[in-house]
Design a protein around this ligand. Structure first.
Ligand code: NAD
Length: 363
């Protein structure tokens, strides 16, 4: 099969759909791989790295789309790419169709086969192609929170780990899922005192089993959240209700209970956020302050660390890419129910009910 890796052209997107290591595996399986010139540069992979493992470098995005049976990328195609997607072409990427009717209509019109990373499932019904981005965001949340606790950027002026003779900072984590556990691990590693809340006792038991003693679990209730925000320096929002908006666990009135200079990192911002005052920010202007509390609400946190994010993403996408390339999408999806769940649009038909429902189309 001919597989194409175009350069991402969405604003500030530096990730790339495949690393040279992934290309190496495809070439080993007798496929042809076209990489658009400079596609990997933002993630630290150069044309020569791809050529060394057998890829062909093509000069333009048009060449890559025109010559490939399957396109592997990171973000959904943007308007300029809509006309490049061909009939019968397989496009494997994050689509998030429900948030863009224009994209959905364009892909329906293309008669391509659109397989969305975000709806591929594993045997346990979790979303294996979303997990690595939550891992990146969870770990980054502590790094960013620690930075914004510094006085010159309007924080409280606290070093999370403390020093001998000075107690460490306190981190409150809402949600003990992927984001929450990775954040807890980082905060605990810095020596901070960590409290992690969830409504799922299984998650709390797991955290309690694997974390050191300075990571304390508690059930997530309004009472407990109100109690802890008075004493904690950094709050991480990592809750998720599958397919729904995040619940507002910290309301506007509660900010007054927090210390001036305390920091909130609301990772759940992409689902509306779990803090009432959250609004999405960007890496260019990541924070705002309300009632002396610094809010960091960047909706695409992994975009700031493209090397790590690209490698983490392609580690999990590669086995699926290999299946699709070796067997063709129809057989690959028939043999793997979880991959089949990734099918969103097939030859002009929307085959994922939630997308049609999002636009009020008849399903
Ligand atoms: P997850 O499903 O692994 O974990 C969510 C956890 O929230 C679950 O353990 C669930 O029990 C818990 N929860 C639900 N209601 C709760 C409540 N009332 N109180 C406390 N906990 C509650 O999800 P995840 O992968 O950790 O993702 C968390 C959020 O981070 C999602 O919204 C995801 O989209 C987002 N995210 C954002 C970025 C970014 O760049 N901003 C990157 C990756 C993920």
């Amino acid at each position: 099969m001919k597989i194409g890796i175009p350069k991402e052209i969405k604003n500030n997107e530096n990730r790339v759909g495949m690393t040279p290591a992934g290309v190496f595996e495809l070439i080993k399986n007798n496929h042809t791989v076209y990489v658009q010139s400079t596609a990997g540069e933002g993630s630290g992979f150069f044309d020569a790295d791809y050529e060394n493992v057998g890829a062909t470098i093509l000069p333009t995005i048009q060449d890559v789309y025109a010559q490939s049976d399957m396109i592997v990328k990171v973000k959904e195609p943007i308007e300029e790419e809509y006309p490049l997607v061909k009939e019968n072409q397989v496009v494997f990427t994050y689509f998030h169709f429900a948030s863009s009717e224009a994209l959905t209509l364009a892909m329906l019109k293309s008669n391509a086969v659109c397989i969305a990373y975000e709806t591929v499932e594993d045997d346990e019904g979790t979303l294996p192609l979303l997990t690595p981005m939550s891992e990146v965001a969870g770990r980054m949340a502590i790094q960013q929170g620690a930075k914004y606790l510094e006085k010159p950027i309007k924080g409280k002026g606290i070093l999370l780990g403390g020093v001998p003779g000075v107690p460490p900072g306190k981190v409150l984590i809402l949600g003990a899922g992927v984001v929450g556990i990775q954040a807890a691990k980082m905060a605990a590693g810095l020596g901070a005192h960590v409290t992690i809340l969830d409504v799922n006792m299984k998650r709390l038991r797991y955290v309690n089993d694997i974390m050191p003693n300075h990571v304390v679990t508690e059930f997530s209730s309004e009472f407990n959240i109100r109690k802890h925000i008075k004493t904690h320096d950094l709050v991480i929002g990592g809750v998720l209700l599958k397919g729904a908006k995040a619940p507002k666990l910290i309301t506007r009135d509660m900010l007054k209970e927090m210390h001036p200079g305390a920091v909130i990192v609301d990772v759940a911002v992409d689902q509306g956020g779990c803090i009432e005052t959250t609004k999405a920010t960007t890496h260019e202007d990541p924070t705002f302050i309300i009632d002396d509390v610094v809010h960091y609400c960047v909706a695409n946190m992994p975009g700031a660390v493209p090397y790590t994010s690209t490698v983490a993403l392609t580690n999990v996408t590669l086995p699926y890419i290999l299946k699709l390339a070796n067997k063709g999408w129809e057989v690959a999806c028939k043999e793997d129910e979880g991959l089949e769940k990734g099918l969103n649009i097939v030859h002009g038909k929307c085959v994922y009910d939630e997308i049609a429902e999002a636009f009020g189309w008849n399903v």
